[in-house]
Design a binder for this molecule. Structure first.
Ligand code: ZN
Length: 125
């Protein structure tokens, strides 16, 4: 199950600033900008949905502009994990319909017989 995002404490935040030498954690070598709110995000290096934990070793401070591509690149996988965890995959819905007796097999195309290779037709009765 995906762990819930836990915000960093002030102490952890300060620890990461020192550990990263006040530079962005993505490796772009830009300085973290604290002049405006929301310019710095705390990233989970191994994303929560892929089994990452809230532990400090898995956290880093990134400039928001650096974290955006990572976040959006992960969106499809994150959505898939959520569907699986909530039991909302296509297979889950099909199984549910079947259980409710609402499952209809795909309708045929109106040919009620079957044709053999020699052209002979047998009609289903
Ligand atoms: Zn960066």
């Amino acid at each position: 199950m995906t762990e819930k995002r836990r915000p960093l404490t002030r102490r952890e935040f300060g620890f990461l600033i020192i550990k990263q030498d006040c530079l962005c954690g993505c490796g772009c070598k830009q300085r973290l900008d604290f002049t405006k709110p929301k310019l710095v995000t705390d990233e989970h290096l191994n994303s929560l949905f892929s089994g990452g934990k809230n532990e400090l070793e898995n956290r880093a401070l990134w400039l928001s502009e650096c974290s955006k591509p990572k976040t959006s690149a992960e969106a499809p996988d994150r959505a898939k994990v959520r569907r699986i965890e909530q039991g909302k995959t296509q297979a889950d819905r099909r199984a549910q319909k079947k259980a409710e007796g609402k499952h209809r097999p795909i309708a045929g195309r109106g040919f009620a017989g079957s044709r053999k290779f020699n052209g002979e037709v047998t009609w289903k009765t």
